[in-house]
Design a protein around this ligand. Structure first.
Ligand SMILES: Nc1ncnc2c1ncn2[C@@H]1O[C@H](COP(=O)(O)OP(=O)(O)OP(=O)(O)O)[C@@H](O)[C@H]1O
Ligand SMILES: [Mg+2]
Length: 239
């Protein structure tokens, strides 16, 4: 049984069909990357798996650990072990980052007290994401994920907008989230959106998918697919 199975998933947002029959599976311990042009539906796919956002599933199924989660609430999905770093997480006015990390750790399997490792020690008394820079948001999201310690982690462009020095920190922390601090202790599965493939230098990848116009156009070896995209582009016209 696969850890995650998506079967002919159709998703609508703003009165338009965004995902037009996505079928894919991800195995236990596997790291998969998701490529695709802007607007192809990558973030929509991840948010739909998490159950977060203003999208509606019109048909198809999402099965996680053998359970149909298609219509499950986001917190039940989180309890089942799914975690996500969003591309653009919302500001949470009135909730301090420190409080959120505590609650997340209490509901999850991770621990608190790691803010210094993420260079977030000066942010714990601030409202979540309010006025955070792009790179600070990424580190904050990762700190929250480490407190949750999910069995399946989805990352939406973790390296995007991160400076050259901090990319190493993000890469290391994502690696720890998936494999643990001493290599091999953890065997978490990951689904990672990336445009540049930079994150693959830190976590490796077993499989890649390419999403184009709401459909999986290609599946295969991550390095080969990335090379091909770099050389030839996605080879698609606007719809
Ligand atoms: N709530 C919504 N209402 C209307 N359109 C939406 C909504 N959510 C997503 N879309 C549209 O769906 C399409 C896919 O969006 P999505 O954010 O999934 O793209 P993406 O592949 O993640 O792109 P990028 O690489 O730029 O992040 C876009 O054209 C977007 O405008
Ligand atoms: Mg996106």
């Amino acid at each position: 049984m696969s850890l995650l199975e998506i079967k002919d998933l159709h998703v609508e947002a703003g009165g338009r069909e965004i995902l037009k029959g996505v079928t894919l599976s991800l195995e236990e311990g596997e790291t998969c990357v998701l490529f695709g042009p802007n607007g192809s539906g990558k973030s929509t796919l991840l948010s739909t798996i998490m159950g977060y956002g203003q999208t509606s599933v019109t048909s198809g199924k999402i099965i996680f650990k053998g359970t149909d989660i298609t219509n499950m609430s986001v917190d039940r999905r989180a309890k089942l072990g799914i975690g996500m770093m969003m591309q653009r997480p919302p500001n949470v006015i009135g909730v301090k980052l420190g409080e959120l990390v505590k609650v997340t750790a209490a509901n999850g399997k991770g621990t608190t007290g790691h803010e210094k490792e993420f260079k977030m020690q000066d942010f714990m008394e601030r409202d979540v994401n309010v006025g955070f820079s792009g790179g600070e948001i990424k580190r904050s999201e990762l700190l929250q994920l480490s407190a949750q310690s999910p069995d399946f982690v989805m990352l939406d462009e973790p390296e995007s907008g991160v400076d050259i020095e901090n990319i190493g920190l993000i890469g290391k922390k994502v690696h720890e989230l998936i494999r643990g601090t001493d290599d091999g202790r953890k065997n978490v599965s990951a689904f990672v959106i990336t445009h540049t493939g930079q994150i693959m230098d830190y976590i490796g990848a077993d499989k890649a998918f390419v999403l184009i116009h709401g459909r999986i156009a290609r599946e295969g070896d991550p390095a080969a697919i990335l090379d091909d995209i770099k050389q030839n582009g996605y080879g698609v016209d606007d719809e």
